[in-house]
Ligand binder design. Structure first.
Ligand SMILES: [Cu+2]
Length: 154
């Protein structure tokens, strides 16, 4: 009888829909912000989003300290030119990871109050299944050869 109660309890917890369950599934790793010259008003941030659960996660927005807004961008090649395309949302399949990194998907920090200094940490938040999940992102210079000349024109 005791076992049955426990089982029912466990099933109820597992069945909790939506936000809290989704949050527990998502892990943000290796977040960083690209340092650019202080004259730039925009920059990019990168992070790896791991989905530990067995349901897909949907990233539908983002925010960061110092930035007026943050957009989800992908980088696509059009006629030999790299262009950025805004994404409405990014899906992280069950049990997989999505990497926001130089030359691919990235988080576009727009309208910065000021460019963060190398070593400075910003709070970076992703909206995952409708609820914010935040991490600390350190500002770094992009490693050589990782598309550091890639300019963000819109
Ligand atoms: Cu961009």
């Amino acid at each position: 009888m005791q076992f049955l109660k426990l089982l029912v309890f466990a099933l109820c917890v597992l069945a909790l829909p939506g936000t809290r369950a989704a949050q527990a599934q998502a892990v943000l790793e290796d977040a960083w912000v690209r340092a650019l010259p202080p004259t730039q008003a925009n920059t990019a941030a990168y992070v790896t989003v791991r989905n530990l659960g067995d349901e897909p996660l949907s990233i539908s927005g983002a925010g960061a300290s110092l930035a007026a807004s943050v957009e989800l961008h992908d980088t696509v090649e059009v006629d030999g030119m790299l262009r950025m395309r805004q994404q409405e949302s990014v899906t992280v399949p069950a049990g997989e990871s999505v990497v926001f990194g130089p030359g691919g998907l990235h988080l576009m920090l727009l309208g910065l109050e000021r460019m963060p200094a190398v070593g400075e940490t910003l709070e970076l938040c992703l909206e995952i299944n409708g609820a914010p999940l935040c991490t600390q992102a350190e500002t770094r210079r992009a490693p050589a050869g990782s598309g550091s000349n890639h300019q963000h024109h819109h």
